[in-house]
Design a protein around this ligand. Structure first.
Ligand code: PLP
Length: 457
């Protein structure tokens, strides 16, 4: 088989600003060792997130010019709506400025004290919106999804036995909905099988519980179904997506992921009565229903991006580019979550730096080392992000110490990925010299964004 090449040519380029190891040591120190506080121009390869960092196509840029900025009834909205209706089969389409705005509307109406929202794994903004409404979010991930080094095809699946037990225990009336995240972002970008979606949907219907999909990475998930699930080989991704959405009552999506846009989101559903309530909140918080917090040009770019993302040549390249880094790391015995996910590779920092205890933040230490060595910015998903304190102020570590390297869509080439691999390998060779960190300042909530650190030398 020949090399799988990037299925695009580069028409517009953005220069990368190079820095030396010595400069990066100073820059990181100035950023108090927190990669979130670095300036983007001081980063060589930015793998902080795949959210809103997509490269748009020539068609999308043309769509930006065609965008209809009419306040009401913009033709860009009708384009956006018809594309989403075509993919999801859902008649009601509500545009929002981001995915979390769709979540806010959904849980303002369907959350509330005493209610439960069940998921494979809730993304952090989804959980925050559920909890803000007074409801409780519960993750019921399948057992395979909890073992980082276990190779299994659908580690994002929901545990259907746990779901049935939960319904039996708490009663269907207290469960406002089940929402499955595809792919499972917080669980390593692992896919959910069609069989699992169908089973969860069946259980929900049997008990009269609403079933939604957090569809941020639906196309990547559909690609995994095509490659890994019996009966879908060679299917057009569009058909797989159609079946996937056919099991749901509604969906939320951040257009900053699988629609190649830099901003946007939406909420789509079948129930027009329920949608009337949502529209009231939409008008108060986002805008008139035919733009919902977005410019006409954004609606246009999203509509075009949603069609492009289901292209099989693109998805082959996309999924393969992440798998490719994994293969290189595997040869060197570098620990990461297996198999590689749809949008990111997750290094297992606890195994990478076993001499650094959780209280000294091995994930942060690895992020810092990758930045100094090669100007790569990843994100810690471990005890900085999810660590807590007990009643005596002793640290309670997170269940895993990970570094996520999220790959922006259509932005980097294979040589960039080769460079990333080389930097990781170089850090691995010097890993014994990497030391831990302590917190010098932290905010009471979401401390990872603004915390300042000091190295423990
Ligand atoms: C990014 C994301 C969201 C939130 O979307 P925003 O556009 O960032 O508000 C929700 N769910 C998942 C799975 C995501 O990845």
């Amino acid at each position: 088989m020949k090399t799988i090449i990037e299925p695009f040519r580069i028409k517009s380029v953005e220069p990368i600003h190079f820095t030396t190891v010595e400069e990066r040591e100073t820059l990181l120190k100035q950023a108090s060792y927190n990669p979130f506080l670095l300036k983007a121009q001081d980063v060589i390869i930015d793998l902080l997130t795949d959210s809103g960092t997509n490269a748009m196509s020539t068609e999308q840029w043309a769509g930006i010019m065609r965008g209809d900025e009419s306040y009401a009834g913009s033709s860009s909205f009708y384009h956006f709506k018809s594309v989403i209706q075509g993919i999801t089969g859902m008649p009601v389409v509500i545009p929002t400025h981001q995915g979390r705005a769709a979540e806010k509307i959904l849980f303002t109406h369907l959350g509330g004290k005493g209610k439960y929202v069940l998921s494979n794994t809730l993304f952090d903004t989804t959980r925050a919106n559920i909890e803000y409404s007074g409801a409780e979010g519960v993750d019921l991930l399948c057992p395979e999804g909890k073992q980082p080094s276990l190779i299994a095809p659908f580690k994002g699946n929901m545990d259907t036995t746990a779901l049935e037990n939960f319904i039996g225990e708490k009663g269907a009336a207290n469960i406002s909905m089940v929402i499955i995240t595809v792919t499972n972002n917080s669980g390593g970008g692992q896919p959910v099988s069609m069989e699992n979606i169908k089973a969860v949907s069946g259980i929900c219907r049997q008990h009269g519980i609403l079933f939604f999909i957090d569809a941020c990475r639906f196309a990547e998930n559909c690609w995994f179904i095509r490659e890994r699930e019996a009966g879908y080989k060679g299917w057009p991704v569009r058909e797989i997506a159609k079946e996937l959405f056919s099991y749901a009552d509604g969906c939320t999506m951040s257009a900053k992921k699988d629609s190649f846009a830099n901003i946007g989101g939406f909420l789509a559903l079948h129930d027009e009565k329920m949608a009337e309530q949502f529209m009231t909140t939409l008008v108060i918080t986002e805008g008139f229903p035919t733009y919902g917090g977005l410019a006409g040009r954004d609606l246009e770019a999203i509509a075009i991006g949603l069609k492009e993302v289901m292209d099989e040549d693109y998805l082959l390249y996309r999924i393969r580019s992440i798998e490719y880094i994994g293969e290189q790391l595997e040869k060197e015995g570098i620990p990461f979550i297996k198999p590689t996910g749809g949008h990111a590779l997750y290094l297992d920092a606890a195994a990478f730096l076993p001499h650094i205890p959780a209280e000294q933040f091995p994930g942060l230490a690895l992020c810092a080392a990758l930045y100094v060595e090669g100007g790569i910015r990843g994100v810690e998903i471990g005890s900085v992000m999810f660590g807590k304190y007990d009643s005596e102020g002793n640290p309670i570590p997170a269940p895993m110490e990970l570094v996520r390297l999220a790959i922006p869509r259509r932005v980097y080439t294979q040589s960039h990925m080769d460079y990333v691999t080389e930097v990781i390998v170089d850090v691995f060779k010097k890993r014994h010299a990497v030391s831990g960190y302590k917190i010098a300042y932290e905010a009471p909530f979401l401390r990872h964004f603004t915390a300042r650190f000091e190295p423990l030398l």
